[in-house]
Design a binder for this molecule. Structure first.
Ligand code: NAP
Length: 275
């Protein structure tokens, strides 16, 4: 499999190293005026020669035709996909986007395009398996303890642009579903965001009763967790069409948090923003 990567920032650099080790990275893309343009990736990562060119996106179609990647992994910002999704579809390049901060409109547009143009996209604002398991756990806690006060705490590094994180929003949505509430009608689960130092990523659910509390925490020790998730998603989307989430990549899509299992007859399918 040949992979193109866009976004050589805090996370993208770690992802690039991981993909080089997997011998899967054929080209890195950057902005038109980026100082990285025209270099070999090794110069940016201060490593021995890698034979991975860094090309600008100003002539994206030509670059994709030249390097023929099967999948593009995106660790840039929402504007990249907004501006270039049609080009990627036209060039038959499937996409894994780990970027956060997309609107529901962005996701709908990608869904329509994926169907029309028969290409594949994974939206992965929560890229690690651990966070996806945590989503299930949070929803189960909400089903079992609906009278508790639920809050989400999102801790990330000081340069993270979006606040709250996409993962925190997903956790809050899973809790809302567990509580049988609708995000357009009911009061939302509060999210508290901390942006400090180089915290790699920590998400916590607090479920507080009058006499005790439950805490569910996921901590990423290393950005390699994101790289591994992105590579798994790229392997998954290779040759597929349609829109997917990481729970599909990890085979967690069939798990439903059914209230009937816990004594209530209502089945609550897991949150699926793209269904
Ligand atoms: N899903 C997950 O679990 C997960 C984990 C980690 C990060 N993320 C997400 O991944 C994204 C990147 O995170 P980060 O911390 O690595 O950010 P970062 O350090 O700011 O790096 C972003 C990189 O993308 C480039 N970029 C941004 N917009 C671009 C565009 N329109 N065209 C071309 N290049 C563009 C930037 O280039 P310039 O320097 O030239 O602007 C920079 O190299 C964020 O959305 C973050 O939330 C998700």
């Amino acid at each position: 499999m040949k992979i193109a990567l866009i976004g050589l920032g805090t996370t993208g650099k770690i992802v690039a190293e991981f993909l080089v080790k997997e011998q899967a990275l054929s080209v890195v893309l950057c902005r038109k005026n980026s100082p990285d343009a025209g270099k070999d990736l090794s110069e940016i990562l201060h490593r021995p020669y890698m034979a991975v060119p860094v090309e600008t996106i100003d002539n994206l179609e030509e670059t994709l035709v030249k390097y023929k990647p099967d999948v593009l992994i995106d660790f840039s910002s929402p504007s990249f996909l907004r501006e270039n999704l049609t080009t990627l579809a036209r060039c038959n390049v499937n996409v894994v986007t780990a970027v956060t901060g997309y609107t529901q409109m962005d996701i709908k547009r990608a869904k329509v395009l994926a169907r029309k143009q028969k290409f594949g996209v994974v939206f992965a604002p929560n890229i690690t398996r651990g966070v996806n398991v945590m989503l299930l756990m949070a929803q189960i806690a909400a089903i079992l303890q609906p009278d508790y006060d639920f809050q989400v705490i999102d801790e990330n590094h000081r340069n993270k642009k979006d606040s709250p994180s996409g993962t925190a929003e997903k956790i809050a949505t899973a809790i809302m579903k567990g509580l049988g509430k609708r995000s357009d009608e009911d009061e939302l689960v509060p999210i508290h965001s901390i942006r400090a130092g180089d915290i790699t990523g920590r998400h916590k659910v607090l479920a507080c009763g009058l006499y005790d509390q439950i805490e569910i925490t996921h901590t990423a020790f290393s950005r390699k967790a994101y790289a591994e998730g992105a590579y798994k998603a790229a392997c998954f989307i290779l040759g597929k069409t349609g829109l997917y989430e990481m729970k599909d990549v990890y085979g967690l899509g069939n798990y439903t948090c059914a209230k009937e299992r816990f004594g209530d007859a209502t089945e609550l399918p897991l949150s699926n923003a793209y269904a």
